[in-house]
Design a protein around this ligand. Structure first.
Ligand code: ASP
Length: 346
């Protein structure tokens, strides 16, 4: 494959999900359509003055089947094609898009080109689809350059008029077209008649060489607190063989029960080498250990505060950092540092 000089070259990577579905003329069921025929489905694509190439995953997957092994494949596709293209659009199911976008943001160090994720709530083959607009705007954003420099050199999600930093997003709506929220970080762009980039919110390129990290460690889990959580639930989670890190989804600004059995279980696990990261269940706002009495003990026993990171991003960041083999102290430091714009630390 070679570049077409004097043109913007884009690679669209189709992983599956609702966006690429069409009604099968025989069965009437929704089936993924073949991107070889994309120009028949969307002749308007020819109006762009870009060269657009397509790469389809095989097999195409509903994103509920997304696995870290697919993240690695995706990262490798971007790495292998990085010099050939000016930007990448990833078509992905919305269900786990926030996880994949978060993971890619950590795996692609020194990313200086746009990787724009998009999808849709209604398939492209349905008349009222939101996929068409999402796809076309994502292409424009991936191609955007000003004075020869790309405008959005980071992993982002474009959905329903809003461009968000990928590792700040959560899917919060299964019905409305605006399926994603970025509760702790402002938009990177808003799309109406014009695409209004919020330049101050967008990461700046560092012009260093792309470094792709694929050594993820999967010995990470999530424990969501709820009123009445029992000792047996907590203990069985903490005794998962090989577990290295636990995301503790706490209440409000990082609060948890103060029952001695609960605190003792966590303390014991930390002393045995488990890393526990405190992430709030709220979609907006930050963990603030020590603000309430109900989080004081967590701080005392060595639970690490995750500031305003999302659960999706925390999971991806832990898999990435542990996979890189950092010693515990450095790991703890990096968890409290924003390394890809995933947290706000005040
Ligand atoms: N279940 C689908 C998926 O995530 C939903 C969608 O595409 O939005 O792949």
């Amino acid at each position: 494959m070679t570049r077409t000089e004097n043109k913007t070259n884009l690679l669209v990577i189709y992983t599956g999900g609702t966006i690429g579905m069409m009604k099968d003329p025989d069965s009437g069921a929704l089936v993924p359509f073949d991107f070889e025929h994309i120009y028949d489905q969307m002749p308007i694509l020819k109006n762009f003055d870009y060269r657009i190439d397509f790469h389809s995953f095989d097999p195409l997957i509903d994103s509920s089947n997304m696995k870290p092994s697919f993240w690695i494949r995706l990262a490798r596709i971007i790495e292998d094609n990085y010099e050939l293209y000016d930007g990448f659009v990833v078509l992905h199911g919305s269900d786990t898009m926030a996880y994949t976008a978060s993971a890619l943001s950590f795996m692609l160090e020194n990313l200086n080109k746009p990787v724009v994720f998009t999808g849709s709530q209604l398939p492209m083959g349905v008349i009222r689809t939101d996929g068409r607009e999402n796809f076309l705007a994502a292409i424009e954003i991936a191609a955007a350059k000003e004075e020869d420099t790309v405008v959005v050199p980071e992993v982002s999600i474009y959905f329903e008029n809003q461009l968000m930093r990928g590792n700040r997003t959560t899917k919060f709506n299964a019905e409305r077209f605006n399926a994603f929220v970025s509760g702790n970080y402002p938009l990177l762009a808003e799309v109406g008649v014009h695409i209004r980039y919020q330049y101050n919110n967008i990461l700046k390129p560092n012009f260093k060489k792309l470094k792709v990290h694929t050594q993820l460690d999967f010995n990470v889990t999530i424990l969501k607190l709820f009123p009445g959580i029992s000792e047996v639930v907590v203990k069985s989670t903490l005794s998962i063989p090989g577990l290295k890190a636990l995301i503790l989804e706490t209440f409000g600004s990082g609060n948890a029960p103060t029952d001695p059995w609960f605190i003792n279980c966590l303390e014991q696990a930390i002393q045995n080498g488990l890393l526990i990261l405190n992430v709030t269940q709220c979609k907006s706002g930050s963990v603030d250990i020590g603000k309430y009495e109900t989080s004081l003990d967590l701080g005392r026993i060595g639970v690490v505060g995750g500031f305003d990171i999302t659960t999706e991003s925390a999971l991806a960041k832990l898999m990435y950092l542990i996979g890189e083999g950092y010693p515990k102290e450095r790991l703890t430091e990096l968890l409290q540092t924003s390394i890809r714009g995933e947290m706000t630390i005040e």
